[in-house]
Design a protein. Sequence first.
Length: 245
Amino acid sequence: MINYIKADFNRIGKRIPRYIVMVLAFAAMAAVMLKLADGETVYGVVDILNKAVPYICPVFGIIEFFFVYADDLKAKTMQIAIGHGVSREQVVVTKWLEFSLLCLIDLVVLTVEIVICCAIKGALFSGEPAGDVIILMVFGLIRNIGAMGVTMILIFLTENVVLSVIVYMLASLGILGAIVGIILTIGPLENLHLDRYLFSTLLTTAQSRMIVGTFSVGHILGIIAYLAAFYFVTVLLFKRRELEF
């Protein structure tokens, strides 16, 4: 499994198009922050980030999705790894872990960029405003991981990149959760209030409570339960699928 991870990161690290796309994405963010933010305080930058983070995280996720999964599916390296003794459970964990780590690195780099942009604007990225942005990015990362958890079920079942990207976008932008939420409020289901148990609802509530200074153990445990469920369903379906070599 370790060798599989090393091989994947070695492959991804050599993909020049990824670096070009990421540089363009970070350059665009820097341009927006420097052009539109208030030059006297950090609040101008924070205001932009509060509006942008829900979209920035999915964008990073889509970029990393292509370089973690698309190339792999095209080259059938998963089949090769399984043929060399890597279990299907390890393949699922490896891909999810790689995606999560790359998204985390992206957000760390973005944080450094924010600090630099604030300094250029004559502001100090610290205190409560900075804390709120960090919380937004942490939960944006969790949303990415959850969206990928849902998408992995489809990826390992069909190996269809285009359809998987669409599902990931719907999940990471909250559209999929909103659709399911609407369905759960129709007719007799409305009285059950099942929409409050959706992954997106748990995540949003936990994020809001964290911003106001409280910590909801129940919501965090619910999020973890969802992630575990995504993994087990993916493995179950992947094990039943015949691979084409």
